[in-house]
Ligand binder design. Structure first.
Ligand code: AHR
Length: 510
């Protein structure tokens, strides 16, 4: 009988019982410094039209026009951009914004978006449908970044656009004066060059089914090489982002390999675009597990491809990853843990991920048709990272129970990163408890240093995973803080089910 009991016991999932964990760190075990550019956003005019998307006609809005840019709004600043968004981006300390696309870029003529607004041509948005009046163009995007205090990451149209126009855009933005386009910039009210440093060579050029001006990897390499040559002739100081994988149904490894071998000597970054996929919110563990493993694996795989290309070609400079489109779009708590896990992936791979752009700027706030924008747990999650997680990413040992999905085995319930700021002697632990139902009692130990005084935990979670974020609940979304006792090199905390917790603690090196 006893034997039968123990046999049965061994078939039960471990998660029914023990939900304890141990985290160990040593702040000397640095992975790399975290590049502040991972806290960037991406923005483009996307026209969501219900009829076109098989949704009701009432669904009809543009992410930019009448939204972020709305001169008629009482919230608009002198340039027509909404101050609620600008203030939110400042609060998030957004470091850079990539514009003007996105798919939009690849059918866009930048020359339509300069000069007096009433003289700019109205055009069909070839990528997204609808009509744009081009009132937001190069000078306006620059103003928006200036208001936010963020860097411009500018993309050139290597889809339906020409290489010459790409070079002219560098001239408009960066040339000091005395040429046609630099003088035109001055005439348009901007005598000083903008000095844009980082330039994307196209967007999702591998995206055969959807991208305007899609190319094969080989053709992209030809075009991008020549574009880089012409753009550098205008400004030799600029750096390039090569268009990496975004279309994972095809031979996406071939795409990256060809691009890296073909233009690796020209680019400083290779882009990855990845949205949280795999599983569905109705299947919590598949959603959490597949998405997390997929996202982290994409980074690891492309980082390996970069290393192989570097070894093979002996490039004279390093190539980093720019995850310049990423996000998770459930308008409920289901998107919060994915977003925290993506940010954890960037920190865990801080040695290779040196830039990232969340899609879209406007998605970092929630919006209510009557009451306007408000801060949801998505905002507070991003803020916890972008405001606090600068400094060194520290190697983190985690021992905890695991779960599996149809695709992946051994996924730890806890997803943890550690960030150490030498300047302030502060450590931040970013802990996602992916267990839907169980809290996890965890001991956190520090080798080589003591925690000093008390720590503070800031917790983001929700009893209702699927309820859409609501304006009248906005005060409940503010993270809950709790004091945590420390004792020498140890602290303990119980992480609530399906939560994101950030623990802040000071340390003294022994
Ligand atoms: O963010 C929406 C779209 O997703 C972007 O335009 C494109 O680059 C990606 O496919």
């Amino acid at each position: 009988m006893k034997k039968l009991f123990f046999t049965l016991l061994s078939f039960l999932p471990l998660s029914l019982f023990a939900q304890n964990a141990t985290i160990k760190i040593d702040v000397n075990r640095k992975i790399s410094d975290i590049d502040p550019k991972i806290y960037g956003v991406f923005m483009e005019p996307i026209h969501f039209n219900g009829r076109r998307m098989g949704l009701p006609d009432s669904v009809d809005f543009n992410t930019l026009y009448g939204n972020l840019y709305d001169p008629s709004s009482p919230l608009a600043d002198a340039d027509g951009f909404r101050k609620d968004y600008i203030d939110a981006m400042k609060e998030l300390k957004i470091t850079n914004m990539r514009w003007p696309g996105g798919n939009f870029l690849m059918g866009y003529d930048w020359k339509d978006g300069i000069g007096p607004k009433d003289q700019r041509p109205t055009r069909i948005n070839l990528a997204w449908g609808g009509i744009d009046n081009n009132h937001v163009g190069t000078d306006e995007w620059m103003k928006l970044n200036k208001s936010i205090g963020s860097e411009n990451i500018l993309a050139v149209n290597l889809g339906l656009g020409t290489i010459l126009d790409a070079a002219y855009l560098v001239e408009y933005c960066n040339y000091k004066g005395g040429t046609y386009y630099s003088d035109l910039r001055a005439k348009n009210g901007h005598p000083q060059p903008y000095g844009v440093k980082i330039w994307d060579l196209g967007n999702e050029v591998d995206g055969l089914p959807w991208e305007l001006g899609h190319k094969t990897a080989e053709n992209y390499v030809e075009t991008a090489r020549e574009a880089a040559k012409a753009m550098i002739a205008v400004d030799p100081t600029i750096k390039f982002v090569g268009s990496g994988s975004s279309y994972y149904s095809g031979d996406w490894l071939h795409w990256n390999r060809t691009v890296l071998n073909g233009i690796g000597d020209k680019i400083s970054y290779l882009s990855i675009h990845r949205y949280w996929e795999g599983g569905s919110p109705d299947n919590y563990y598949a959603y959490m597990g597949d998405g997390a493993m997929d996202f982290d694996n994409k980074i690891k795989t492309v980082a390996n491809q970069i290393e192989i290309a570097e070894t093979k070609n002996n490039f004279k400079h390093p190539i980093y990853l720019s995850v310049d489109e990423w996000g998770a779009f459930a308008r409920s708590f289901m998107s919060v843990l994915p977003i925290a896990q993506c940010l954890n992936s960037f920190i865990r791979h801080a040695d290779v991920v040196k830039m990232a752009n969340f899609t879209m700027l406007t998605s970092l706030l929630s919006s209510d048709p009557k009451n306007g924008t408000f801060k949801s747990p998505v905002f507070y999650t991003f803020k916890a990272f972008s405001n606090n997680c600068l400094g060194a990413s520290v190697d983190t040992y985690v021992a905890c129970d695991t779960f599996g999905t149809a695709q992946f085995r051994g996924i730890p319930y806890l997803d943890v990163t550690t960030v150490y700021s030498k300047e302030t002697n502060t450590v931040f632990f970013n802990v996602i408890n992916r267990n839907k139902d169980k809290a996890i009692a965890t001991d956190i130990e520090s080798n080589g240093s003591n925690f000093s005084g008390k720590a503070e935990a800031s917790i983001i979670n929700s009893d209702d995973l699927k309820a859409p974020f609501a304006y009248d609940k906005r005060n409940q979304y503010v993270p809950v803080t709790k004091d945590v006792k420390t004792s020498a090199d140890k602290l303990s905390f119980t992480f609530p089910p399906h939560s994101f917790t950030q623990i802040k603690v000071s340390i003294n090196k022994k």
